[in-house]
Write a protein that binds this ligand. Structure first.
Ligand code: FCB
Length: 450
């Protein structure tokens, strides 16, 4: 007999996207240039030479996309706002046409019974701010607060769920440390400063959003991992502890009032020569501003082996595991472990999974359908893990699948498909994949048969 898995009654089921990955219309209606416009327009940065100039053309097709969401029974939708649509120069003059777009989008969602979850920053920094120093400059955190103020003042009467930032680790370390994301800088001192200013801007913006939005629930989304040592050796334990510090604790600790973890600051200094001279006296208190929920983006785990030389620890590929097109190990039980850890170690009052999903190579079959069996299995196993965590008392309140539709996957361009809706980018046609059809049933029944 299959086991019936049922979620709590008010559990929210949704899907997620981000502005640069779906909108297109990169230079329309007064929008300013973003660092991702600049980066993708620079030859050699994106694996297939593509850009987000058109992407899913969602800027023009949003009504059809919302209709599709409604047809799938979506209860919530997480999307992000393009800062350079609102403030083309990053600060100063507000572009009303940019605000109007999101105003219509929010009304369109509410009219369809879908709760908007707004992410203010999903990596498309106005290029003008980058030219003035970008996230390594403290002034960018100040500009973010003014931007958050402008958006929440306009949408705060209807939007109640606010996410300040998406994955500060990625924005800071892939953007300013490794340079594989915009703005393509390779400087760990700058990356660490960027991470700090992103967190600072989060803490500063939280009360500003609350002042504009009476019923606001404010949170931040982190990319988090379950990190385990590859063997019981002290070396591997130490390496796992370091990677866990770099990826997880570096962000969780200050947000939850524990300051920066000292073992990680020491590791930063030893490995990357980073000086924490950008942290001003009151900053740790600002970063620890009270928040209502944590957004968790979960994709994979890290099994860590100590490096031979004294540099970053290595993630190994476990034999017999399944890997996605990204090369990420499919590890649903690690989601269970991670959620429990957050609950027991950080006592977080409310958690949403703000992204979870998988890239597999999809094809449209002769019957016109996309039979994405592996993605369906991935989602099912992760939903099950989330359900188990709820049984352990984890206050998990909702789940957003990444992604609503195939889109521009950053440095990988259009070579990775994460959607539960297939997108034919030439014809701009959408096809709900089998995983999306199954998800519709899950939402309708608030659960599934295992
Ligand atoms: C996350 C990003 C999201 C998407 C997924 C696959 O790191 O937040 O935009 O690219 O990975």
């Amino acid at each position: 007999m299959p086991e019936r898995i049922t979620f709590p009654q008010d559990f929210l089921w949704g899907a997620a996207t981000s502005s640069y990955q779906i909108e297109g219309a990169w230079n329309e209606d007064g929008k300013g240039e973003s660092i991702w416009d600049r980066f993708t327009h620079t030859p050699g940065k994106i694996i297939d030479g593509s850009t987000g100039d058109v992407a899913c053309d969602h800027y023009h097709r949003w009504e059809d996309d919302l209709d599709l969401m409604q047809a799938m029974g979506m209860q919530a939708y997480r999307f992000s706002i393009a800062w350079p649509r609102i403030l083309p120069q990053g600060r100063g003059q507000v572009n009303q046409a940019g605000l109007d777009f999101y105003d219509r989008l929010v009304d369109g969602l509410l009219a369809r019974g879908i709760a908007p979850f707004v992410t203010l920053y999903h990596w498309d920094l106005p290029q003008a701010l980058e030219d003035a120093g970008g996230w390594p400059a403290r002034a960018t955190a100040e500009a973010f607060v003014a931007y958050a103020d402008a958006v929440s003042a306009r949408l705060g009467d209807r939007v109640t769920r606010w996410i300040t930032h998406n994955e500060p680790w990625v924005a800071a370390f892939l953007g300013y440390g490794m340079g594989v994301h915009a703005p393509g800088v390779q400087d760990f001192q700058k990356a660490a400063a960027a991470a700090h200013h992103i967190l600072l801007s989060h803490g500063w913006a939280a009360p500003v959003i609350r002042a504009n939005s009476a019923d606001a629930q404010v949170g931040i989304t982190l990319n988090l991992y379950d990190v385990a040592p590859a063997s019981p050796s002290p070396q591997d334990y130490r390496a796992a502890r370091e990677l866990d510090g770099f990826l997880n604790r570096w962000f969780l600790d200050p947000i939850y009032g524990r300051h920066y973890p000292q073992d990680v600051t020491a590791w930063f200094e030893r490995v990357h020569g980073v000086q924490m001279n950008f942290v001003a006296a009151d900053d740790v208190n600002s970063i620890a501003a009270p928040i209502d929920f944590l957004g968790v983006n979960y994709y994979t785990r890290h099994v860590v082996r100590a490096p031979d030389e004294d540099n970053a620890p290595r993630t190994i590929h476990t034999e017999d595991s399944e890997f996605t097109e990204m090369g990420w190990e499919v590890a649903p039980r690690s989601l269970f472990r991670l959620l429990n850890r957050l609950h027991f170690e950080y006592h977080i009052p409310s958690i949403y999974i703000t992204e979870n999903g998988a890239a597999f190579s999809d094809i449209v079959s002769e019957d016109g359908r996309v039979h994405d069996r592996r993605r369906l299995a991935y989602l099912k196993a992760h939903f099950k893990a989330a359900h188990d965590a709820i049984q352990c008392g984890v206050p998990l309140n909702g789940y957003f699948v990444w992604s609503l539709m195939d889109n521009f996957e950053w440095a990988f361009g259009y070579t990775k498909r994460f959607g539960i809706i297939y997108v034919d980018f030439d014809a701009q046609q959408r096809i709900i994949k089998d995983s999306g059809r199954w998800y519709r049933e899950v939402i309708a029944r608030n659960g599934f048969d295992d």
